[in-house]
Design a protein around this ligand. Structure first.
Ligand code: SAM
Ligand code: FES
Length: 339
């Protein structure tokens, strides 16, 4: 069989541009199985604050959305969520939040240190709390965090500026390069289907991920939120995210790629479809149930009424249904050499 790793970038893009994506998906899944076997790594997501000083036009919890019921979890709550996750055998935790001035890098670093003191160093701690300075990244890494996620959202500088209220894509990319240079395991990614996005931008999005040498890649369909400036945007097909996933897998064979909640929101089998197009990660949301409905980045978000711990059973079955197996391993990206 003609292996995907033998494909040149030109051949990968030719496959991507074909009208029928089946061969693209088939090769991406084959390559995923080659690198990861049947395993689908589980990452437990904790949405620790929905306060945000940013005003991204696509995002349901942006500063200007005054209808959001704001919350932030405190240290003790976060400790108990992680403790419960560890008891259930989870080995990766992702602490995600808006850019919350009351949760500055210093406080996050202190929390991370405390988590390490109490629970040890075996499991992976991922942070996803926005753009920071090099010094702030250093503080959080020294405290014991391992991975950082920060999507660049779109590779088009003009669209980025437009939808973030004037911010600079270059500055965000510099943040990702800083993280990389400092030895973090780094993840980024983008949404598919933002208004004004073209097929060329979608391809450039994937190529930018490759240029940045990312270890983790998160993409998902943009879903318009009714209380944001992009409320009237057209919902674009899930297929754009599926094709993007497959393209990323072929360009970055060893990266960890989640089948994202946004895909599961747009289609009940969206996450399975993503897994069958090159994804190898699932992220149950273990945020305390009382707060889940307040972290509504987009409408219709799934699994709001149950605890992420209950979701594990459902995810296990979903994996089995497509001949894959949910894995609790820490699952560092094989492309990450570590420092
Ligand atoms: N503050 C962190 C940061 O800057 O990286 C986390 C940002 S946000 C809570 C997490 C991700 O949700 C964003 O990077 C964006 O890609 C995605 N997102 C936001 N609004 C969305 C929407 N309407 N549809 C789909 N995804 C959305
Ligand atoms: Fe800050 Fe969405 S605008 S998390």
């Amino acid at each position: 069989m003609f292996m995907s790793k033998d494909l040149s970038q030109e051949e990968i893009l030719e496959l991507y541009r074909r009208e029928d994506p089946e061969e693209l998906y088939r090769r991406a899944e084959h390559l995923t199985r080659q690198n990861f076997g049947e395993e689908v790594f589980l990452r437990a997501l904790v949405e620790f604050t929905n306060y945000c000083s940013c005003d991204c036009h696509y995002c349901g919890i942006s500063r200007s959305n005054l209808g959001v019921n704001r919350y932030r979890l405190d240290e003790e709550t976060l400790m108990s969520v992680i403790e419960k996750g560890l008891e259930k055998g989870m080995n990766t935790f992702v602490l995600q939040g808006g850019e919350d001035p009351k949760w500055p890098a210093k406080r996050i670093a202190k929390l991370v240190k405390e988590i390490r003191l109490r629970f040890g160093n075996e499991f992976a701690l991922t942070l996803s709390c926005g753009l920071k300075s090099k010094e702030e990244y250093a503080l959080m890494k020294e405290a014991g965090a391992n991975r950082y996620l920060m999507r660049f959202e779109t590779s088009d500088p003009e669209l980025f500026k437009q939808y973030t209220g004037g911010k600079s894509l270059e500055r965000r990319l510099q943040g990702l390069r800083d993280l990389h240079d400092m030895g973090w395991e780094v993840g980024s990614g983008y949404m598919t289907g933002l208004p004004g996005e073209t097929e060329e931008i979608r391809i450039n999005n994937a190529l930018l991920c490759q240029q940045l040498g990312l270890h983790m890649l998160g993409i998902g369909p943009f879903i318009p939120h009714p209380d944001t400036p992009l409320k009237d945007a057209e919902q674009q097909p899930l297929e754009w995210a599926l094709k993007g996933t497959a393209l990323l897998r072929l360009l970055l064979p060893k990266a960890n790629i989640p089948a994202t909640t946004a895909a599961g929101t747009l289609d009940p089998r969206g996450r399975e479809q993503m897994l069958q197009a090159g994804a190898n990660v699932l992220m149950p949301n273990i945020t305390p149930v009382v707060h889940k409905k307040d972290y509504l980045l987009y409408p219709g978000k799934i699994c709001l009424d149950e605890s992420g711990f209950e979701c594990v059973g459902c995810l296990t079955l979903r994996c089995e249904g497509i001949d894959r197996e949910l894995s609790f391993k820490r699952g560092d990206s094989p492309s990450f050499t570590g420092v």
